[in-house]
Design a binder for this molecule. Structure first.
Ligand code: PLP
Length: 393
């Protein structure tokens, strides 16, 4: 048997815990267990018909070749137009790089902005891949948390405490995966002012911006720092139920966009051509986009509200999500004997109650579990009923 020793590039890397949890649920299902999967972070809705039809048309028209690395011009232009509206200042299409999902846009940004010796603040609980992407870039992810009663949202006070001479940047994610917390304009302004003063880059992941139950979440583009040290990433996986199409993008200073495109030119080249045409149709037909999103939001809201009632009636500690589609539930108090109560509870829910959730350790919050309500409504309510019955916290 060949013995593989991981290279120093990969040695510190952890597999994506969210994808691993989902894969485990799928495996058990394939073995015949009736698993309710509340682990997956992808909408259970189909991609809207008008987008699928546009993809068919693009295929028939021969959209099967490479495109320029940063994406087809009309797609970059429409993304730039939308950014211009939000920023109230011209954003040129050359500031946009279309990538194979928001994940690649984030990776390009982390790799192009940060390197060995740099510290980057990551609001925690935070999405699992931020920590790992920074590790791949050999930078150090520094978790920073606000108070529990503010859904862990950070402010200038926490930034000041976490700051060192090595801090180079900050990641923001509003609405947040996993807490669903949404930052107000005033909160963002305070953070931007602090980062600007400190000379940091801000990397704002806005993939859940359209999925907000309190009106549309504020984009960092509309409170952009005067220095322009801002990269906004977004995509269609969540808001248009297009996770498998792999379309995301970044908007940042043109010189940085060029570097990110150069990096992408040596890894994946352009995002899939057919998907780019589908994305163009999604973003061009604003009425169809809005109505597809509104339909999905109405259903997500029903699930969110219903699940919250069940959890609260049972006396469970849950963060009320203002955005995204996750319930973040406290699973117990960590102790030397049980340092990760969330992990134990997630295992018990899967093994004894056939419900898959993600342990909070994936988000550096070991006392919590994340329950996705991007699953069929009946599954969400039955899954939450089982969680309540299991009496986790
Ligand atoms: N950012 C956050 C916060 C996410 O939750 C996800 C997916 O779960 C992504 C980025 C990745 O999005 P994409 O599928 O567009 O790569």
């Amino acid at each position: 048997m060949t013995n593989y020793t991981p290279s120093s590039n990969i040695r510190l890397l952890q597999e994506s815990a969210t994808i691993a949890a989902s894969a485990r649920a799928k495996r058990l299902r394939a073995e015949g267990r009736a698993i309710i999967d509340l682990g997956a972070g992808e909408p259970d809705f189909p991609t809207p018909r008008f987008v699928i039809e546009a993809a068919h048309r693009a295929l028939d028209a021969g959209a099967t070749r490479y495109t320029s690395v940063a994406g087809i011009e009309p797609l970059r232009a429409i993304i730039a137009e939308d950014a211009t509206r939000r920023r109230a200042a011209l954003v040129d299409a050359s500031a946009v790089v279309v990538s194979a999902g928001t994940k690649q846009a984030l990776f390009n940004a982390c790799f192009a902005l940060f390197a060995a010796g740099d510290e980057v603040l990551v609001p925690t609980p935070g999405w699992t891949s931020y920590y790992e992407m920074l590790t791949i870039a050999r930078a150090t992810a520094v978790p920073v948390s606000g108070p529990r009663e503010c859904s862990f949202k950070i402010s200038a006070a926490e930034l000041a405490r976490a700051r060192t001479t090595k801090t180079r940047g900050l990641i923001l994610n509003s609405p947040s995966n996993p807490t669903g917390a949404v930052y107000s304009r005033a909160e963002l302004q305070e953070i931007v002012a602090f980062a600007e003063d400190a000379g940091w880059w801000i990397l704002s992941d806005e993939i859940y911006r359209g999925i907000c139950y309190t009106g549309e979440a504020t984009s960092l583009l509309s409170v952009a720092p005067p220095s322009g040290r801002l990269v906004v990433v977004d995509g269609l996986a969540k808001s248009m139920a297009m996770p498998g199409w792999r379309i995301g993008w970044s908007i940042g200073p043109v010189s940085l966009a060029r570097s990110m495109a150069a990096l992408q030119s040596h890894t994946t080249s352009n995002a899939t051509t057919i998907s780019q045409h589908a994305a163009l149709s999604a973003l061009s037909d604003t009425n169809a986009y809005r109505s597809a999103l509104a339909e999905m939001m109405a259903e997500l809201r029903r699930r969110r509200d219903g699940a919250l009632v069940m959890l609260r009636q049972a006396g469970m500690e849950v963060i009320e999500p203002e955005g995204a589609f996750y319930l973040f539930i406290r699973a117990g108090q960590a102790s030397p004997d049980n340092p990760e109560p969330g992990t134990r509870v997630a295992e018990r829910l899967l093994d004894s109650h056939d419900v898959a959730v993600v342990a909070g350790a994936a988000f550096r919050a070991p006392e919590w579990i994340r329950v996705s309500f991007a699953a069929p409504t009946a599954d969400v309510f039955e899954g939450v009923r089982r969680i309540v019955a299991a009496g986790i916290s």
